[in-house]
Design a binder for this molecule. Sequence first.
Ligand SMILES: [Zn+2]
Length: 380
Amino acid sequence: MSSSVWSALSTAPAVGGRNIAVRAHLPRGGAEAEPVERTVVVLEADDNCLVLPEAVVIDPLGIPSLDSLASTHPAGGGGPLAGMEDRRRAREYGVGNAAWHVQRGLRYVASLLERPLPVLTVRLNAHGADWGGGHYRLPAAQYSELIEPRDVASAGEVHLGAGRRYLPIGAGRYFAAPSHNAAIIYHELGHHVCRHTADFRGNRHRDPAAQTNLRTGIEEGTCDYLAAVLLGTPDIYGWHRGDRSDADPRRRRLDTVTTMAAFRGGRDVDPHLDGTVWATALWSARLAWQACRLEGAAFDAALLRALDHLGQEVLSADPAEWTPMLRRRRYFSTALAALLDEAQAQPGAHAGVSAVETAFAERGVVVGQSNAALREAARR
Ligand SMILES: [Zn+2]
């Protein structure tokens, strides 16, 4: 684990509430650490809802008593092949594990932005018993899949499914419950960060009940990057996608050499895969920054402030003019220029800024170009 993440967290401002012991774990690449006792600050709780200062965690199947969260057990993730008791234990473990990771991630971001984000709603066991995914949802007029059975909070919601498949882990198996998987939790939390900083789709200018959930490569890549920082490993999905080769783009390792030549762009392309170019460039830039004896958290602060800066752009009063403005905001080069500006403002960062610029250039990302122009240059 990056020591800078821990040190930034230890200086996070104290908030009110009661310290509750939970059990949680941090998967590191392919290795799954044992859960250990952690502390979550809880404001209040009832049968279905745990209220933290940063988030509201809702489980329609029930929130265990606060006193029992310290003794939960992952129980192999539960799943349909487990007995009733293990299924209950696994579900209750997911509540404490998700709450701890959500609070930890949001506190890290708030400590660097020097302001809290709007309260995040986290729904566990969302979308029925057969959904194994995670997503971030904003209220919209329509949804591409999985319609919402109730109003979605206008600030945004992370939905984590019950799980759908077993993973082979060593000689055994583990039911891939998203609430047990910190990588999924941190990636989805990253969307909340993007929505309330760079706001790549201009949602803050839309009707709060009719925002858009369309995502772009730069947002998906930023989410993977934040997941890597918070997990302390570039192999963010090594646990539940460990059966895919390191080079498989769907593994989404951040320590692979991926350049703009691999960028595709366009509506029909999976933005997660295009985002890998941005995520891997950020990761290599962070390593180059740290090689200049600068704190990783200072680089993360520069990134978050750069994203915040992008989101402060005033859009035209005429929504018809938003498209080109928002397209420019989503260019990797636009975000890089903002990142370099913010990095320059960090103390003693001169060598670090050059190292960051070089790391991005090695991936084919330089300032002042559209994504398509960067791609064409990288392919030549
Ligand atoms: Zn995503």
